[in-house]
Design a protein around this ligand. Sequence first.
Ligand SMILES: [Zn+2]
Length: 110
Amino acid sequence: MTQTNRQAYQHAEAFRMMTYECQTCGKRLLVWNSRDGVTPFSMTCRLCGKGSMIHINWSNDPLMPRYIPQVGDWIWVDMPAKKCKKLGVPVGSPRLIQVDERYLRKTGKA
Ligand SMILES: [Zn+2]
């Protein structure tokens, strides 16, 4: 059996499968945090494009450090350092992406 150690990571949301729920259309989106980094509590709904999605049930997010993303999955990655500087946000800020073949090739997971 694998024992999870919360102290192993700097951020509570590291490598967790997070559930976001839209306050307008009510749909849910699973987003995996691919790194030991912060994630936003809310974001624009990727499904209806209008509402605000909120991270729900955050205390029950499964810890999945070995999860292998599939095409179509939504995941948090580090925003490129150049873009962080341009936007004036801290290096390591989160960026939401939808996994495609190109991403899998780049990360060697294809
Ligand atoms: Zn929505």
